[in-house]
Ligand binder design. Structure first.
Ligand code: ATP
Length: 332
């Protein structure tokens, strides 16, 4: 069975910001899905929605099927059971996520005690084992967060995320605050744990290169929508959507010196989710926009083997209108 199936997920914050708009995603156990996009595209909102961690008053629609069970409609008692044990999140910036006045071992033991019938001493023992699993000496369980380096704290966060043997781990910018060497170590650790334990991984980052290196598939988000999705390497090296292309050209490629000199960046900012442009939300920044793009909002649809993209330039993108069809489509 598919581990996670997200269907037509929408999130609207109080005040009207449509942060996630009709997202469909799926993930098998043991697979790694990267979610990329600029700041403000809705990546963290998507992650929080998967575990119903959004602020009160936020409107959420669609389905989040975790092992076939809809997280969005389950009772709160069940949601609490699913958090940590079914799926867990590693947030960016471990210093802010760890409690500064508690030893890290106690913080790892806490979800174990809450979610099972372990005794306090068994939970502590398990916390030490988890620390060793993420490459820290078990004795570091007695340390306070400020006594650890940034990389060590992020390892503690990963140990916590694994504490209750979840089936799915969501990592939201897990290495953003770390230097490049430590970043690489943490990414390798996450990859190793996912493959050893047959977990599903959703990794969120603005850095397409990191995701292409770590994940099997990539979803590119823009203004709350997935605008491109496919095998990670293919999306990174040969994006179909103009936004995916712009995002991938923003990072020089390892082993491709020419890419250091490629034109980079994208003018402007993503739109305000409370005041989205008409048609394709990317059209005001798109270098290849047509007049039709200010009107038509293309669906995400098949664009070659295992790939999907939402752009009038890619495949047949416009859903059939109610009246006589006016063809604004083109092919790649
Ligand atoms: N509590 C909130 N109330 C209203 N709007 C919000 C709230 N949280 C986030 N938003 C808005 O929703 C949009 C998506 O934010 P989100 O944090 O999900 O984006 P992101 O892609 O994860 O960005 P970043 O990489 O900076 O974290 C942004 O425009 C943001 O301002």
């Amino acid at each position: 069975m598919t581990l996670l199936e997200v269907r037509d997920l929408t999130v609207t914050y109080p005040g009207g910001a449509e942060a996630v708009r009709g997202v469909d995603l799926s993930l098998e156990a043991g697979r790694k899905l990267g979610v990329a996009g600029e700041s403000g595209c809705g990546k963290s909102t998507l992650a929080l929605a998967l575990l119903r961690l959004l602020p009160a008053g936020t409107k959420v629609g669609g389905q989040v099927l975790l092992d076939g069970e809809d997280v969005l409609t389950m009772r709160w008692g069940r949601v609490r059971a699913v958090r940590w044990a079914g799926a867990s999140i590693v947030f960016q910036g471990a210093m802010h996520s760890l409690n500064p006045v508690h030893r890290v071992g106690d913080q790892i033991a806490e979800p174990i005690l809450l979610h099972g019938d372990a005794t306090p001493s068994a939970a502590k023992r398990r916390a030490g084992e988890l620390l060793e699993q993420v490459g820290l000496p078990g004795a570091r369980a007695r340390a306070y967060p400020h006594e650890l380096s940034g990389g060590q704290r992020q390892r503690v966060m990963i140990a916590m995320a694994l504490a209750c043997d979840p089936r799915l781990v969501i990592a939201d910018e897990p290495t953003t605050a770390l230097d490049v060497m430590i970043q690489a170590q943490i990414l390798r650790l996450i990859e190793q744990l996912v493959s050893e334990q047959e977990l599903g991984l959703i990794m969120i980052s603005h850095d397409l290169a990191v995701l292409a290196d770590t994940c099997d598939r990539l979803a590119v988000m823009y203004a709350g929508r997935v605008v491109e999705e496919g095998p990670a390497r293919a999306v990174y090296e040969d994006a179909l959507h103009p936004y995916g292309k712009a995002l991938s050209s923003a990072f020089p490629r390892i082993g491709d010196p020419a890419s250091r000199f490629a034109p980079r960046g994208l003018a402007g900012d993503p739109p305000d989710p409370a005041d989205l442009p008409s048609g394709c939300t990317f059209h005001p920044r798109c270098p290849v926009a047509l007049d039709a793009c200010a009107v038509e909002d293309p669906w995400l649809r098949e664009a070659g083997t295992g790939r999907r993209a939402a752009c009038v330039h890619v495949g047949a993108t416009v859903p059939p209108p109610a009246g006589p069809a006016e063809d604004v489509r083109s092919t790649t």
